[in-house]
Design a protein around this ligand. Structure first.
Ligand code: TXA
Ligand code: MG
Length: 330
């Protein structure tokens, strides 16, 4: 059975005990709920993949209470240190070469030479990481292929009975996953847009590249299916840049919804991107359920501007709308 814990002293102590004992505990970060395991315990890491039904070759992010702890496991260059100083704790993940003595299980990094590290800002996550006293690997706490959870109820909807506990800290304030950045090349490379905006990163380090270098792309697609097109898909098909909804569509609205739309979930009536990001995954889930109940065939999504957090929102929406690839079979 999955324990529902409150993030008070006793709840955090219980969650930390479970993690140190090799258990799986879902906890809130500022972005989405993560499914945590002791990063050094290969069996616990394997249990994450089993609970999520996630392909084994997808590498996980290792979470730390502070930058010093993170950089003890990976080799940080000057750019990485500047980024960490500016954005940690916060929704930024850095992909860096593992140190030779890095104790994080190789399985967690899917056998790659690099490790993704992050220092989350959520107070409960930081309290938990300090109480555990070890790094915690945590993918988003959803079944593979589903949208990421931003409440404890979302976590339980997918993983109840499959994990030891959920620490219920309420809704996640940012609502989209962390920005994943590789700062080792001549230009830092944006691997996944997320909670720290591209503009904020560019303002600090100058021009950045986007996506994988072509040669690495094919290889990486195998090792990192999180980058695959349809990773964040709801069950109903998704239609983007919709001006309104047809009779058989539910509408994900951004700004005032057109008159006559039936089933509507409002991301932000005022067009606020931070509010929209925080509501995004809950909205996709709600429309999926309501659409299913009413026999609707599709989710229509109003356009979201490609700036600030809109980059991460549009990235997740494009994945939700992409043709379903192999990962859907896992
Ligand atoms: O906000 C977040 O990042 C959340 C919270 C829980 O921290 N975690 C999360 O984890 O979104 P996950 O596993 O759902 O996504 C991790 C992403 C994937 O796109 C994965 O491919 C990429 O990070 N990644 C992890 N390790 C990597 C590595 N060594 N090289 C390149 N990409 C990596
Ligand atoms: Mg995920």
């Amino acid at each position: 059975m999955t324990e529902l814990l409150h993030p008070d002293t006793a709840g955090i102590a219980r969650a930390a005990d479970l993690l140190r004992g090799g258990g799986l505990v879902a906890f809130a970060t500022e972005t989405v709920y993560g499914l945590g395991a002791d990063a050094g315990n290969a069996r616990a890491v394997a249990a994450i993949f089993a609970a999520k039904e996630r392909p084994h070759f997808n590498p996980l992010i290792s979470h730390y209470p502070d930058a010093e702890a993170a950089f003890a496991h990976v080799e940080a260059n000057t750019v990485a240190r500047r980024l960490a100083e500016a954005f940690w704790p916060g929704p930024l993940t850095l992909v860096l070469p593992r140190r030779a003595d890095c104790p994080v299980a190789l399985l967690a990094g899917a056998g790659l030479e690099t490790l993704a590290v992050r220092v989350p800002a959520h107070a409960d996550a930081r309290a938990l990481l300090r109480a555990v006293g070890r790094p915690v690997v945590a993918p988003s706490a959803n079944r593979s292929g589903a949208v990421s959870p931003t409440t404890a109820a979302h976590v339980l909807a997918g993983l109840s009975g499959r994990i030891d506990a959920v620490l219920d800290s309420g809704p996640c304030p940012v609502g989209v996953e962390s920005t994943v950045l590789d700062p080792t090349g001549p230009r830092p490379r944006l691997l996944r847009p997320g909670g720290v905006t591209r503009e904020a990163i560019v303002a600090l380090v100058g021009k950045i590249a986007r996506g994988m270098p072509p040669a690495a792309e094919a290889e990486h697609a195998l090792s990192s299916p999180g980058m695959m097109a349809s990773h964040y898909a709801p069950a109903l098909p998704v239609r983007l840049k919709a001006r309104g909804a047809a009779a058989d569509e539910a509408l994900l609205a951004f700004g005032p919804a057109p008159a006559g739309a039936g089933v509507v979930f409002q991301l932000s009536v005022s067009g606020d991107l931070a509010e929209a990001a925080a509501n995004l995954f809950a909205g996709l889930r709600a429309l999926d359920e309501e659409g299913d109940r009413r026999g609707l065939r599709r989710i229509a999504v109003m356009p979201v501007p490609e700036e600030g957090l809109g980059l991460a929102i549009n990235d997740r929406l494009q994945r939700a709308a992409a043709p379903r690839d192999q990962e859907r079979r896992h």
